[in-house]
Design a protein around this ligand. Structure first.
Ligand code: OYP
Length: 576
């Protein structure tokens, strides 16, 4: 059943009066003084209820609530969602504590096969595929494009100065008849650079220090084999003895180097791509929308379905995952001070441009990469969302003046730029919102809440369940000597049994399909009642359906399918 959403609420004495069905109106379109007065009062109340707070300096501001219990009822999980969330977590943690027990009674943690001993029931086809193929170089390359963190890879035309790879070092990785310089010119050389990890303070877990590296990884788009890693350096400031690891090295040394890259990947993926660039960015839009737009405002009606449950999941994340005694502190190398410093570094360089898929791909130079399904699917969804948003916006605003004159919308925009994204002079939001910019901004908001979150969140179990593929911590420093890498050293470095179990439990809990998910473009509450808006929505749904079929078609017969951006699997909002 679809409920209409109350647009106006009054009290006559103690009796609540609600007008549920109201055409969306900007303040200029609302002419009755009583209704205008209602808008003003509603906002006053909302601003008293939803307040900004600085959780930590140098990152987006968030909702003033110590825990989810402080949130107004409207923002809370419903009973079903809450009990599912709590049960699933307990289930996962319980199963894993059984595994831990089994292992401590059993034999050892001696070689990589031992990870199979905690790889029981919580499984997925991709996780199992990963377990079989994680050591292969093409698989490493594939994950840069279609894993859970598909935004790191960039094309380069010249090598970074701090990464002195010589053409002869990588010659054996090249196709016949070519060499590094030629391939750099041709645009076939790519880079992963984890400079942002350099010098991040490391966690201490049960008295033991954990370790972090800041790797650089060079990749080559091989004409037959696809994207392949060809050189890895684990430090940003090399000296003469800093090794550059190569595929031709002793197999364990090369494997260890790749694992160090993947360990940085875990941190950047979870804290920057996932937490900062989806959860925390969306929270700014949640709070400003709740504070500044009355329920009858078209932009409120447009965004409201994309804000569901985000405040609660973020509160839970802050208290249970990221707090000084949370999951990160207990098992992740960036737990403690590290995670916040990392987020602050990324926030400083976060740009509005990078949040818009077409610009992001252009800036990273990745339009030529074949089989970059994340890119192809994102662009399809971006186009569909953008034309949907422009359609809705066009119903209520005809000119730039309509946009500038809407005082509520302007206050909303000010809240975003001045209250939410504070300390961010180079974010790059336009200083004045035009009609076109309004459509772009709203598309960015909806894209992040839906597609971008799905692409980062939904694969986390698939790609992190096989712990050696994406380790959450490292218990020994990176190797300085290629010839000294042994299996014993690898096992002593990778997460221990208990850290591995927690990594599996939490990523399963967050990555599994949500039972009460509302897919992109579906609405359980009816906000827009006018026929013209309904037509725009119907067109959007038809487009999503086409995209669904197109993506299914592309995946037919693929050994590794990319389905994270299948519209039916993309949620309308960040609920987990
Ligand atoms: C909230 O105490 C969230 O058991 C997850 O956070 C898990 C809990 C609570 C329960 C923790 C407990 C959701 C919102 C968010 C986010 C983005 C970052 C996600 C990082 C996941 C990292 C997994 C770490 C595994 C070692």
């Amino acid at each position: 059943t679809v409920l209409t959403f109350p647009c106006y609420r009054w009290f006559i004495g103690d009796t609540k009066v609600e007008i549920r069905e109201a055409t969306a109106k900007t303040p200029m379109q609302d002419s009755l003084p009583q209704l205008l007065e209602h808008r003003r009062k509603e906002l006053q109340e909302r601003q008293a209820t939803y307040r900004w707070v600085t959780w930590a300096p140098g990152i987006p501001r968030c909702i003033d609530a110590k825990t989810e219990a402080d949130l107004p009822q409207d923002e809370r999980f419903d009973n079903e969602k809450r009990s599912d969330f709590e049960h699933s977590l307990h289930y996962a943690l319980l199963e894993l504590s059984l595994k831990k027990l089994a292992i401590s009674f059993g034999k050892s943690w001696k070689d990589l096969e031992d990870f199979k001993r905690i790889f029981w029931k919580l499984r997925s086809p991709i996780a199992e595929y990963c377990m079989e193929h994680w050591k292969e170089d093409w698989f490493f390359g594939y994950q840069c494009m279609n894993g859970s963190n598909p935004r790191m890879i960039r094309m380069i035309r010249k090598l970074p100065e701090n990464f002195p790879v010589l053409p002869n070092m990588v010659q054996s990785s090249m196709a016949l008849g070519t060499h590094l310089d030629k391939e750099l010119k041709a645009g076939n050389i790519y880079l992963l650079d984890y400079a942002i990890m350099d010098g991040i303070p490391t966690n201490t877990i049960r008295g033991r220090p954990q370790f972090i590296a800041a790797p650089l990884c060079l990749l080559y788009l091989h004409p037959d084999n696809g994207l392949m890693p060809i050189a890895i350096q684990l430090e940003q400031n090399p000296d003469r003895d800093t090794p550059i690891f190569l595929p031709s090295d002793p197999p364990l040394a090369w494997l260890m180097a790749k694992m160090w890259v993947r360990h940085s990947e875990f941190q950047v993926f979870q804290l920057l791509s996932h937490l900062l660039r989806t959860h925390l960015v969306m929270e700014v839009f949640c709070v400003s929308t709740l504070r500044q737009l009355p329920a009858v405002h078209p932009v409120y009606k447009l965004l409201s379905p994309h804000l569901r449950y985000t405040l609660e999941i973020n509160c839970r994340g802050r208290t249970q995952l990221l707090s000084s005694n949370g999951i990160f502190k207990r098992v992740v190398s960036t737990g403690g001070d590290g995670l916040m410093i990392l987020a602050q570094r990324e926030y400083k360089v976060l740009t509005y441009r990078s949040l818009q898929p077409p610009n992001d791909f252009a800036d990273r130079g990745v339009f030529q990469l074949p089989k970059y399904f994340y890119r192809d699917n994102s662009l399809m969804l971006w186009e569909a969302i953008h034309s949907f948003v422009s359609g809705i916006v066009g119903l209520y605003y005809q000119s730039d003046e309509d946009v500038t004159e809407d005082q509520e919308l302007q206050a909303w925009f000010r809240d975003i730029t001045q209250e939410g994204f504070t300390e961010l002079p180079n974010f790059g939001l336009p200083s004045r919102l035009t009609l076109e910019e309004l459509s772009t901004l709203l598309s960015v908001v909806i894209f992040i809440a839906t597609a971008q979150h799905a692409a980062t969140n939904n694969g986390q179990f698939d790609w992190c369940a096989w712990v050696p593929n994406t380790p959450c911590t490292m218990r020994h420093p990176p190797p300085a000597d290629k010839d000294a890498v042994t299996m014993e050293m690898i096992m002593a470095t990778l997460p221990d049994v208990s850290q591995s179990c927690v990594q599996m439990a939490i990523t399963w809990h967050l990555g599994r399909a949500q039972p009460d998910a509302i897919p992109l473009g579906q609405y359980t509450e009816e906000h827009f009642i006018e026929g013209r808006a309904q037509e725009v929505i119907d067109r959007f749904r038809a487009e999503l359906k086409e995209i669904e079929e197109q993506i299914l078609g592309q995946n037919e017969g693929l050994e590794l399918q990319y389905l994270f951006l299948l519209p039916s699997r993309v949620e309308n909002s960040i609920t987990i």
